[in-house]
Design a protein around this ligand. Structure first.
Ligand code: ASP
Length: 335
């Protein structure tokens, strides 16, 4: 190469590296991102104790997943164990602490996806499974199917030695009171009086990039308070609430499920990366802050790509969220 050509090449290279997108190329050894639901989460309605409890729960969950990743464990193990800890915590609308349906019962949904193989497992409407995320993973690994629901899913859980509990295990007073409020709002609306429904959610999700560069995603929820007719949301729907593919990204969503199903939100982020070459951040923002906002779909998502870049956009008041990478820890609630 002549000296002048070399100078031009060097200048172009320096310019490319100085562009804002250059940071995106940096590879992080591992990355774990979690959410604990999006919705009407207002600073003025939160006590300092409650805020501290949420942050402690998010940090404890990240600790569990990060330890697995630091030790060289798989993205799938990190996703499962992290979500189990959130399911066991009554603060979140998943596992213990799940919301009640119209009949006063807890029906749980979850899904799990492996970015290496694009294998996936999901369960909907289970009432006795302590950790639905573990059942979703078992459906993926131990059945020829992707999605099981209701009594069949529970029979599969029992056959495969997955922990079951009495339905009363899922009861919390706070979620029971929320159901009573939702029913009262519904009655008020039926009688023609204006009423404001207040979506406070708490679905949980986790997406991971492990040291091998593999991606995985999972989501677990009790769905929406006062749901009826065995309603399923986006959380157990692969491509809507959960998606993972090593070539693009891993995604877990939270928000008004009907919109997330119709807009195939999780897969749409991956598709924008694959077919339009968008960065993870641009793809996630396009879907959550533009497409969903125009449609009226409230919520957000967490995302990680193969280089360990993370995105956590939401268009609601708040979203419990956080991530860890080597030497980095972020836990946030509000905008
Ligand atoms: N997406 C969940 C559902 O529609 C609810 C949530 O994320 O809060 O079931």
């Amino acid at each position: 190469m002549s000296t002048s050509k070399l100078a031009i090449f060097t200048a172009l290279f320096a310019f490319a590296c100085s562009r804002p997108g250059a940071e995106q190329q940096k590879k992080h050894e591992y990355a774990i991102v979690i959410h604990g639901g999006a919705g009407t989460i207002l600073r003025e309605e939160m006590s300092p104790e409650k805020e501290a409890a949420y942050k402690a729960a998010l940090n404890a969950a990240l600790d569990i997943g990060e330890k697995i990743l630091r030790d060289g464990g798989s993205a799938m193990d990190a996703v499962e164990q992290t979500i189990r800890s959130l399911e066991d915590n009554p603060l979140f609308n998943a596992g213990k602490g799940a919301v009640f349906n119209h009949e006063g019962k807890n029906e749980l949904d979850a899904s799990f996806m492996d970015g290496v193989t694009r294998n996936a497992g999901a369960v909907g409407g289970v009432t006795i499974v302590k950790n639905p995320i573990t059942l979703a993973r078992a459906v993926m690994e131990q059945s020829p199917h992707v999605m099981l629901t209701g009594r069949g899913a529970e029979a599969f859980a029992i056959e495969n030695g997955i922990d079951t509990v009495a339905p009363s295990y899922f009861f919390t007073q706070e979620r029971w009171d929320a159901l009573q409020r939702a029913i009262a709002v519904e009655k008020q609306k039926e009688s023609g009086k204006p009423a404001k429904s207040n979506h406070k959610m708490g679905t949980v999700g986790c997406v991971v990039r492990d040291k091998q560069g593999n991606l995985a995603a999972g989501t677990s929820t009790g769905g929406m308070t006062n749901k009826r007719w065995n309603r399923l949301g986006d959380s157990p729907v692969i491509g809507a609430g959960t998606f993972a593919d090593n070539n693009t990204c891993a995604i877990s969503c939270t928000g008004h499920g009907e919109f997330f199903i119709r807009y195939v939100v999780a897969y749409d982020v991956a598709a924008l990366m694959e077919y339009k070459n968008l960065s993870l951040e641009d793809a996630a923002n396009t879907v959550v802050m533009d497409k969903l906002v125009k449609a009226g779909g409230e919520g957000g998502l967490i995302a990680v790509d193969k280089n360990g870049n993370v995105a956590m956009p939401f268009n609601s008041e708040g979203m419990y969220r956080g991530y860890s990478r080597p030497g980095e820890r972020v836990v946030e609630i509000y905008k």
